[in-house]
Design a protein around this ligand. Structure first.
Ligand code: PEP
Ligand code: MG
Length: 530
């Protein structure tokens, strides 16, 4: 038994075998004694990869499965196969041959002007890495059964590609409390711990482990006694969850009669169903960019419309605040061809991208307007620093309405709010309030920009102080500006769920707290018993 301690970032306990996420690693050039043998190895790996892709396609539906069909076609493409064979012919082992062919093809695709072809570089990476893993015998427990995922780092797009139902825990060596993978783990109620310090992660593949996402514990090869202890704890958690359900249909009102709505943060329409089941009184933040991650091209208007409409339907007339695309920083997509930046957190992201790529923005806004016909849908803008950005968006929304009118397509009215997550937005909150229908404070970014700490860098944790007086002042200033202008103010960053801040939020009249789905009922209980 080995007991490891790290930082818990998403609560919950589970017991499952570890599966190590193997990303591409350098493959050393090795020669083989038999070309035939290497060709045979390749043939078998290609067939196995094809089978795996077929199995994935069966699990998912619609347009998403086209990506995997394209991958299957690549496995038969003579351009790909000839390149691999050239290396085998030179005497190299199959895995090294695939590795070299993959790098060559990626380089060719990346150099192309056409956006479509550049996106193919990612597909090549994905499908040929799969073939390499198979040849190296590293596909292991891959996708079958339940597991605790162990990786040096995990990107949101990678998490989205996996079958969540099988992920019983996430353990990373890097990551941070406010990184998007952490957020996703919380929304999906998956226990997660970060900053684990261990040597070679591969040694742990396949070992049985216990993860405690609250305490930050990872216990490898637990003894029978410890296993029993944790099974017992899992039982206790279930009992507590049952107890909390009594708050599900109660409004969050303090004993003194102060109402603070408890909303949930989500990243997909399916999570709205989970939020509703967990007593959320609305959705305070639907991170729409999650629809854009982990795929080869942006979702079109229809696909976005369906997702937004589903969320609104799941919430059954309760308000749903959908944030427009907040891509950039730690959420990158290849097909937008954003340039590499030295400082992406302060770079071209969020509303800045939307206002540069108006067509992309309009697709999203039309989808949102159309979905608004089905319930209470509000739209919120990320990373606002000026009144002009909000006014410009309002003009674009009017254009979208005209376009929909011309085509006789139904739509609903939307309220437009802004996220207060830059110090600039706080300083001009009074002016912003005059052009906004509501505010929502994004404390994750607000703390980063105010205290100058990169939210993805866990080396800076000692400087990331949510209780810094500057942060309190900023939240208070924002609330005052909102109320002076008769609009509501919520908090949708992770600090919204901090019990130590609750009295302060009540005192300054915060109207709504939006927290991860897993924290909704705890927060309701706290407010009701205040
Ligand atoms: C925030 O910054 O607090 C926020 C809610 O947005 P995100 O975490 O998605 O940047
Ligand atoms: Mg933010």
């Amino acid at each position: 038994m080995q007991e490891l301690k790290a930082k818990g970032v998403s609560k919950g306990i589970s017991i499952a075998p570890i599966r190590v996420l193997n990303r591409e690693s350098e493959i050393a050039p090795r020669k083989s004694d038999s070309k035939d043998q290497e060709r045979q190895k390749l043939k078998m790996a290609l067939a196995r990869a094809n089978e795996k892709l077929e199995a994935i396609k069966v699990k998912i539906e619609g347009e998403e499965s086209e990506i995997f069909s394209a991958h299957q076609m690549m496995l038969e493409d003579p351009e790909v196969l000839d390149r691999i064979d050239n290396y085998i012919e030179e005497g190299y082992v199959a895995e090294y041959s695939v590795f070299c062919a993959k790098n060559e093809l990626k380089e060719i695709f990346n150099a192309m002007d056409d956006e479509y072809f550049r996106a193919r570089a990612n597909d090549i990476e994905d499908v040929l890495s799969r073939v390499i893993r198979i040849i190296e015998g590293k596909e292991g427990s891959d996708l079958d059964g339940e597991y605790i995922l162990l990786s040096d780092e995990l990107y949101p797009s990678e998490t989205l590609e996996m079958d969540f139902k099988n992920i019983k825990g996430i353990v990373t060596l890097r990551g941070s409390v406010t990184s998007h993978t952490t957020i996703l783990a919380n929304n999906l109620k998956i226990p997660a711990i970060i900053s684990l310090q261990i040597g070679d992660i591969n040694e742990y593949d396949g070992k049985l482990a216990i993860i405690d996402g609250k305490e930050g514990d990872l216990i490898i090869d637990p003894s029978d006694k410890v296993l029993d202890e944790y099974k017992n704890k899992i039982e206790q958690i279930k009992i507590r969850e049952h107890e909390l359900l009594s708050y599900k249909n109660r409004p969050a009102i303090t004993k003194a009669g102060k109402k603070i709505s408890v909303y949930a943060n989500i990243g997909s329409d399916i999570e709205a169903e989970l939020a509703h089941e967990n007593g959320a009184e609305g959705i305070g933040l639907f991170r729409s960019e999650f629809l854009f991650l982990g795929r080869a091209s942006a979702p079109d208007e229809e696909e976005q419309f369906r997702a937004y409409k589903n969320a609104v339907n799941y919430m059954n007339k309760k308000p749903v605040i959908i944030r427009t695309l907040d891509i950039g920083a730690d959420k990158q997509v290849s097909y937008l061809n954003l340039k590499e930046e030295d400082n992406p957190q302060m770079g071209l992201r969020a509303i800045r991208i939307s206002l540069k790529d108006i067509e992309l923005f309009k697709i999203q806004l039309r989808a949102l307007l159309r979905a608004a016909a089905f319930g209470s849908l509000k739209v919120m803008l990320p990373m606002i620093i000026s009144v002009a950005e909000v006014k410009k968006t309002r003009e674009i929304i009017e254009d979208c309405k005209r376009e929909l009118d011309e085509k006789n397509i139904a739509y609903g009215e939307i309220e437009l709010g802004v996220m207060i997550e830059t110090p600039a937005a706080v300083m001009i909150a009074d002016e912003l309030a005059k052009v906004s229908d509501f505010f929502s404070i994004g404390t994750n970014d607000l703390v980063s920009y105010t205290l100058a700490v990169d939210r993805t860098n866990n080396e800076l944790d000692e400087f990331r102080d949510d209780y810094h007086p500057a942060i309190r002042k900023m939240i208070k200033m924002t609330a005052e500006a909102a109320h002076k202008n008769n609009i509501e103010v919520g908090i949708c960053g992770a600090m919204g769920a901090d019990p130590n801040m609750l009295d302060f939020y009540i005192e300054i009249g915060i109207d709504e707290l939006s927290v991860s789905v897993s924290k909704v009922l705890d927060l309701k209980e706290m407010i009701i018993n205040r």
